[in-house]
Design a protein. Sequence first.
Length: 240
Amino acid sequence: MKIFSAFLFSILIYSNINGQQLAIENKPALNEESKSVDSWVVHLDQDMSYCISTYSEFMRKNFDYRVSRRSKNVHSVDKKMFSEISSLRIDQRAVFTQESKGTAVAFQFSPGYDIHFGNTMYKEEFDRARSLVVNYVHFHYKMFYDDQIKSLRSKIKGLEKNISNNQSKTEKNNKAISLNAEDISNNAVGADKLREKNEKLEKENVSLATEIDKFRTQITQLETEIDNANQSLKLVEAFN
């Protein structure tokens, strides 16, 4: 983690986790009225629509607050208490900006129409507000990785079903091959056709076995992705 002091008291905190960007900046951002407001800005890897959905869920599940839409890219909870930050009721804005590698979300905290927590006014409250942003980052990535893991497990379940179906077909083919072999050994009528049928069934079994190997390889790859997602989530949870 590196801290840089620069113009406008900008602070950049950066962490790279398995190629995943995690960054929080203290810098101004424009609100829906194009006014520059001191903000805590977090950079996330997901697209804007997904980040908007996790912000709404974060407010609903953690505070039971409903989010309002002020503009296309500005959402907020209005005149609400965040006791860990301040005893004042505030408007908490989230300003979303699409970036080349994901989305920037600027968190702004305003106890009045043109009064904002920041580096000059209400600095202590502004500094405390950073913890809410960190909690949102944890919530966002937990939701993201939980969704990802759920999807991966669904794919594994489908592949396991494919394996089971192939094994059932193979077992059915083996029974038919065994019965045909008995008739062939007894010189039954149509023995030549039974031999041809058994050859086809054996070829089908080889194809089914090849598919099973492919499905098992895919399952192993998906399980590795699940392990990686869980590891990334643990590292994100350590981010503060």
